[in-house]
Write a protein of this length. Sequence first.
Length: 474
Amino acid sequence: MIIEQIYTGCLAQGAYYLESDGEAAIIDPLREVQPYIEKAARRNAKIKYVFETHFHADFVSGHKDLAAKTGAKIVYGPTQIQLGFEALVAEDNQEFVLGKAKIKVLHTPGHTLESVCYLLTNENGKQEAIFTGDTLFIGDVGRPDLAQKVGKDLTQEKLAGYLYDSLRSKILPLSDELIVYPAHGAGSACGKNMSKETSDTLGNQKNSNYALQPMSKEKFVEEVLSGLTPPPAYFPQNVMMNIQGYDSIDVVLKRGVKPLSPKEFETLANENSALLLDTRDPQVFAKAFIPNSINIGIDGSFAVWVGALIPDLKQEILVIAEAGREEEVITRLARVGYDFCLGYLSGGIEAWKGAGFEVDTISSISAEELANLHQKNPKLPILDVRKNSEFDAEHVIEAENAPLDYINESMLQVDKDKTYYVHCAGGYRSMVFASILKARGYGNLIDVKGGFKSIKETGKIPISSFVCQSTPVK
C-alpha cells in the first residue's frame, strides 16, 4: 500500500497518491496532472479514481483533465449541484475498492455541504488513514463561511453547526491511530490557525485541536467563526470552475507560453486592457520595470496574492518573468484560475531596454538607512502593509497599518504629496504594494528592504510591546 502526500507550498495544499495492487487513486489533484500520470506509469499502475473532498475555492483542481487523460472516474460526496462533466456522486458510507484496499466515503458537511472525508482501509484490513480535505486540518478546521451563498437560507452559523455535528459523529469515534491527511497546512486561507505540520495522528488532534475539545455546539460556532477575515475575491470563481469545468491545462499553456518581442509586447499592452505582471524578485524589479507593471514575485506566496489582488479570473495578463521560468509562472497562474495569459516578454527587461523602451524604478533603502532617517525625524511617515493581526502583535511606534489585503481601502490613507516608507514582514508584500500604487500614480513610496524583521534587528527604531496572536484578535 502506497500513500504519498504531494505538497505544494505556494498553495499550502496537499494532494495524495494512493496505490494498491496496480491500481491508483489521486485525491484533490492540482491542475497540472502530468506528474500524477507519470508517477503511475513508472509504477505500472492504472489511475482508477480521482477523489475530490469538496468543490475547492482556493485552487482549480485537475479532476477534469486527469479523468479525460486516464479514464479514471471522478468521485464527489453527496451533492444536488449539477456538474459540468461526468462524475460519480457518492453516498455516505459508500465504499470503493482500490486494488486490495478500500476507501470509504464519510459525508462531513460544514466547510461546504458536499464535503467528505475518505477513510482508507489498507490491504491488511486495518483502517490506516483518513483524508480529511477541508473538514479537519492539523490544529484547525475548515472555515464554514465560504459556501453560504449556495442557498438563500444557508448561513455561516448553520454550516458551523453542521461541522460540529460532522466532527463529533464521523471523526471523533474513529481510532486514535489513524493518520490524518488534510488538504491544507499553514498559509492557506481555508482555515485560520493551521499548523505547519501536514499530517498527524487523530489521537494527537483529539488532544490538541481546539475544535475537537468538549464544548457545546453554541460555543463551537462562536469559536470557529471568531477572527475570520474575508476570503480572497477569487474563491467563488474557482468554485464555479471546479463545478462547471474549464479549459484543459494544455490549452492554457499553449495560449500563454508564447514569447513576444518587445514591440509585440508593447502592441498587445496598448491594444488590450492587459495587466502587466512582473514576477521577478522584488529588489530586481525595483531597479528597472515596465511602466504600469505590478510586481508579484514568483518566489513568494504568488498564487495567494494574485488571487487577492486581481479580482477577475478572465483578466488578460502579459508576463515579465525571470528567464526560464515563464512556463512555471503561467502554470501557477492557471492553478488558481487565471487562464488568459497572452504571452511573455522574450528576453525580459534587458530586451525591453535594448529596444529603446522606457523603464521605471522604485526607490528601496535598507533598514539601517531607515533607522538613520528616523533618528533625525521620529515622525517619519511609515506604512506597514502587513495584515492587521501582524501589526497588532508588534509594530513600529507611530507606523500606520495599511494592509496589502485591502489595498483599495489602504491607498485612501496615502497622501500623494507625502513621501512614505513602506515595509511588510520581509520585503515581499511591500514591493507589491508600492508597485500597484506606482501604477496608479503614486510615485512617493520608498520600499524598506528586509521589512519589519530587518527594522527590528537594527535596534534603533522604537517597537511596540509584543502581543501574542496565537488566537484571533477580536
